[in-house]
Ligand binder design. Structure first.
Ligand code: ZN
Length: 280
């Protein structure tokens, strides 16, 4: 018996209006680079599918000043891509004083950089000792404060330390986006009561993530954002494939089901939030 061919809904078929934002993607990765990308996955195609699917803006992550310097060019033809710059906790030892100064110079010379991120703590991967991660996190929070930029937070298996550093660094009530939220109602409430905002990724569409769907139902619409974390975490029905910004429409559809509202309304509201947050 031959395997049944799976027909997947294309993101354009959801026919969402222009106005959506993917707050978090890694589009300078080899998944989108000519020569290493799968057919149809090169950057220009990925960006045009995003546009056809209703996206106005995409937040690309650069993991160091050098990364921004060498790969920033890729986006010169795509003004709808804005940037976030931050040393990831799994590479925390990259954050030397020179790196911090190079990041400051990058922000001062490129108005497309709208946030410091993703920064935070990740105790899931053992590569970088907690002390090294904390030092890099704190230094970048202070940089964001000096530059008056919002921050985008990566937190994995490090909730208590992440929140306590943010509190002691004076980030309660400051513009902060909790990237790739995967928690439950109490965790969402803990973030919201500190004045922060929440970005929802593709796994909201995965069967087992009932607690996440319940949390999204409780997050006020004006504090909610959407993201892909491309090329990771493709939502259903594209799970298992490299992700791309256009697929954020499926995350929007699931979030709208959780909140029992029309998807186009959630799409435009979250897009508006992200434009406000990043000053787009
Ligand atoms: Zn990321």
């Amino acid at each position: 018996m031959s395997k049944k061919k799976q027909i997947r809904t294309a993101p354009q078929e959801l026919a969402l209006p222009a106005g959506g934002v993917d707050t978090h993607a890694h589009l300078a990765f080899p998944e989108y680079t000519a020569g290493t990308a799968e057919p149809d996955m090169e950057l220009p195609q990925v960006i045009s599918r995003a546009k056809e699917s209703g996206l106005d803006a995409i937040g690309n992550i650069f993991a160091s000043a050098e990364h921004w310097q060498t790969a920033g060019e890729l986006f010169s033809a795509f003004p709808q891509v804005f940037f976030q710059l931050g040393v990831h906790p799994t590479e925390a030892d990259l954050l030397t004083d020179e790196q911090t100064e190079a990041m400051r110079n990058a922000v001062n010379s490129d108005s497309r950089i709208r946030a410091i991120g993703e920064i935070g703590l990740d105790y899931y991967w053992p590569d970088q000792p907690p002390q090294v991660q904390k030092r890099a996190f704190i230094a970048q929070l202070r940089l964001a404060g000096q530059l008056d930029l919002p921050v985008s937070i990566h937190c994995r298996d490090a909730w208590a330390d992440t929140v306590s550093i943010l509190e002691s660094e004076g980030f309660i009530g400051r513009p902060l986006l909790w990237h790739c939220f995967g928690g439950d109602i109490p965790m969402a409430q803990a973030i919201l009561k500190r004045g922060w905002e929440i970005s929802i990724p593709g796994p909201i569409t995965f069967k087992r993530n009932e607690a996440l769907r319940e949390a999204v139902a409780h997050i006020p619409l004006d504090r909610l954002h959407l993201e892909t974390d491309s090329p990771y975490l493709a939502p259903e029905p594209w799970r298992g494939r490299p992700n791309e910004p256009a697929l954020v429409v499926f995350t929007a559809a699931e979030a709208a089901r959780c909140k029992d509202m029309p998807v186009s309304e959630l799409w435009l509201a979250t897009g508006k939030n992200s434009k406000r947050f990043f000053g787009l």
